[in-house]
Structure formats: structure tokens, C-alpha cells
Design a protein around this ligand. Structure first.
Ligand SMILES: [Zn+2]
Length: 153
């Protein structure tokens, strides 16, 4: 981790730091976590932070909120390489990687407008991850192959 990101990560007393988000994806991450700032806690978003691992990354710090695994796993398709750091009293008490699940139900809409999941029927969208390395996705209902950029909330 570079010195810059060390500083950005360290300066929080209690809460969650989402690090190593692919540059440009931080706002999508906030959307997926339905963090809009209305709760009143301090949220810091750093975009395009220099990183030694990849060239640039985004970082999000959510103070006084400890994100659950079920919440952060929603990020699997948006920021699969992100790391979740849980901070308590300035100490890193938990560091976890996001786990790509076999499938994601009900979070994203299929971009195929003719897909039955977009027909108004009570069918929850189901996106299968068919290749975890390349993060290749497939709608279970219309079988369309999707890239993460095509996902619609
Ligand atoms: Zn579909």
C-alpha cells in the first residue's frame, strides 16, 4: 500500500474502509450499498488514489458503520478486488476480501429489456457468475452474457 493510501485508510476511529475499489467505481459502490449520506455519518470518498497494486483506485470510508458480509458481498460484481477493513478505536480489527458468489439474486436488473425479469412479472433477477477470474456473468432467465459495465440497478 502506498503512503498516500495508508494516510487515507488510517484516519478513522470507528467504521468501515473499503479499499482497492477499481478507479471510477466508488460511486457505484455507494449506490449498491445504498449509502446516500442521509444517515448523518461521515463518509469520505477518495477517487483515483495512486496505488502500487493497480495504477489507481478508489477508497470509501464510512464512519460509525460496520458493514456486514452480506452487504459487502453485494460489491462482488462492482469491485471484486476491493478489501473491506473494519476499524474499531483506530485499530484494524477485521480485513476481508469480497467473495464472488455463484449467483446474485435481486440486486441488478438484466439489461435485456425483453428478458422475463423485466416484464413486470414477480421474478427476481438472477445473475450467475460463470467465470470468476474474468468476472463473466450470465442472466439465468434469458441466458444473455453480461459484463459488469452493463449491470443496471
Ligand atoms: Zn435476462
Amino acid at each position: 500500500m502506498s503512503d498516500t493510501s495508508q494516510l487515507l485508510v488510517r484516519r478513522i476511529k470507528d467504521g468501515t474502509v473499503i479499499d482497492h475499489i477499481e478507479a471510477g467505481k466508488a460511486l457505484l459502490v455507494l449506490q449498491a450499498l445504498t449509502i446516500a449520506g442521509k444517515e448523518g455519518n461521515v463518509i469520505t470518498v477518495a477517487l483515483n488514489v495512486p496505488s502500487s497494486k493497480h495504477s489507481k483506485k478508489d477508497i470509501i470510508k464510512v464512519e460509525n458503520r460496520f458493514l456486514e458480509i452480506s452487504e459487502t458481498n453485494k460489491l462482488a460484481l462492482i469491485a471484486p478486488r476491493a478489501t473491506i477493513n473494519i476499524i474499531r478505536d483506530y485499530k484494524l480489527v477485521e480485513k476481508r476480501k469480497i467473495q464472488l458468489p455463484e449467483s446474485i439474486v435481486g440486486i441488478f436488473k438484466c439489461p435485456n429489456l425483453k428478458c422475463i425479469t423485466n416484464s413486470g412479472e414477480e421474478i427476481r433477477s438472477t445473475i450467475d457468475i460463470i467465470d470468476k477470474e474474468k468476472v463473466m456473468l450470465k442472466c439465468r432467465y434469458c441466458a444473455r452474457i453480461l459484463s459488469t459495465d452493463e449491470l443496471v440497478f
